[in-house]
Design a protein around this ligand. Sequence first.
Ligand code: NAD
Length: 472
Amino acid sequence: MTLTPPDLPLRALFDAQFHASRAQIDVPLALRLDRLRRIRALIDTHGAALAEAVQADFGVRSTRLTEVADFFVLRALLGDLERHTGVWMKTRRVRTPVYLQPATGHIQRQPLGVVGVIGPWNYPLQLTLGPTATALAAGNRVMLKPSELTPHSSALLATLLQQAFAADEVCVALGGPDLAHEFASLPFDHLFFTGSTAVGRKVAAAAAANLTPTTLELGGKSPCIIDGSADLDAVAIKIAHGKLLNAGQTCIAPDYVLLPQGREAEFERAFAAAVARLFPGGAAHPDFASIVSDRHHARLQALVEEARGQGARVVELAPRSGSGHVRQMTPVLVFQPPPSARLMREEIFGPVLPVIGYGTLDEAIATVNAGPRPLALYWFGRDRSSREKVLRGTVSGGVTVNDTLLHIAHENLPFGGVGESGWGAYHGETGFLRFTQQKPVLVQSRWAAASLFYPPYGATFDRVMGLLRRWL
Ligand code: NAD
C-alpha cells in the first residue's frame, strides 16, 4: 500500500481535509478558479508524460487516443467549470408562497466538505481528474483513489497532484482492493465512484455505514438498436468507432446490436469495411488499444468461445497482421448468441459485438427492457415515429441518436446511470450541484402574521384556515 502525500495513514489524510473543510466553509471564487487552473496546468505541462504513462499501463494505448478521450473531454469540462462556477455558486432567490409573505426564501449553494473519488482504469485521467475538478469547483476538498490496474499513470498523477496541491486540498491514495475498501469506509461528505456494478454495490454498502451519500457511475450492457429505416453503411462506421475506441473498454460502448432480421449479411459486410477503414492492417494497428491485462484478455476469449460452443456464429474482423501486441485482440462479431451465454449476461468491455436479429420493434424494446437498465442506448434510423417509440419505451442513463458515445461530451447533458448502471449524474451544472449543499433559507419579516397559526386555536384561527382551504 502506497500513500501520498506525505506517507500518512488514510485516516490522518482524511482528518486533515476534514478539519480544513470545516475551518473554511465559504470558499471564494478566486480560490476555486485557482484550483481549476492548477488542474489545467497539470495536463498542459505534463500531458505528454501522462499519456506515455497510460501507454505503458495498457501495452498499446495511442497517446493520441489519450489526447482525445482523456484530455479533450477534460479540457471541455474544465472550460465549462471555469466559465460558469461564478454563476453556479451564487445564492438563488425563490418565489415565496403568499401565505408566508412577506418572508423571503433563498437557496444558498455551499461546498459539501470532503469528497472521495474512486476511479477506474479505462480512461484513467478523464475519470479521476474530471470528478476531482468538478468537486473543487464546488468548493470541496478531494481525496482521490485511482485504479491499481494503471500503476504508471496513477503514480504519476499522485506525484503531480502532490506538487500542485496541499494535502488538505487534494491528496491521492494508491493501492488495490483492500486500500479501496478502507478508503470507501471513510466518512466522506460525498463519495464519487466510477467502476463496475459489482464493486459499486460494495462501495454503496461501505458508504451507507457512515450515511455518506454516493454517486455511482457504473457499467452495464448498452444496446444499439438499428431501425429498419437505417442506412447500414453509414451506421456501421459509427458503431465500429464507438465499440472499438479503446478496444471496447469504454463504459458507454455499444455492448450489443439489435438488428432487423434478414439484414445480418449486409451488416457484417458494412461492419467489416468500417473496421478495415478505422484500423488499416488489422488489430496490430497502433491506434487500436490492447486489452488492459492478461486476465481481462483471457476472460474475453472465454466469453467468445463459450458463445461459439453454444452455436453462435463468430466472425473475426481485422485479424492481427504482423507483430502487434499480444493483447491487441482481434475484433469479432458474434451472431445470435443465446440469452444464457455470458456474453449476453455480463458487460462485455472488449472488442466483441453480439448481433441479435429482431422481428418487430416491440420485440427489440422488450429485449432491452428484459435486462437491467443500461448506462447508454443508441438508436439509428430515419423514421421519427420509431425513434420516439424507442425513446419513450426504454429507460437508460443516456442516449445518443444516430451516433455513439457523444452524449458524454455534451456538458449540458447530465451524465450518469440508472438502476444497475448507477445513480447520480455529473457534467455541467448537474455535476456542480452533485457536490453542493443547496441550503434553503427562509428569512422571516418583522411584519409576519405567523402568530395567526399559534395556539390557543380559536375563532380567528378557524377563519384563517377556512380562507386558506378555499384558496389553496
Ligand atoms: P472496478 O469496479 O473493478 O474498479 C474501480 C475502482 O474501484 C478501482 O480503483 C478499484 O481499486 C476500486 N475498488 C476495488 N474494490 C473496491 C472496494 N471493495 N471498495 C471500493 N473500491 C474498490 O472497475 P474497473 O475494472 O476499474 O472499470 C471498469 C468498469 O467501470 C466497467 O464496468 C465500466 O463500465 C465501468 N465504468 C463506468 C463509467 C461511468 O462513467 N459510468 C466509466 C468508466 C468505467
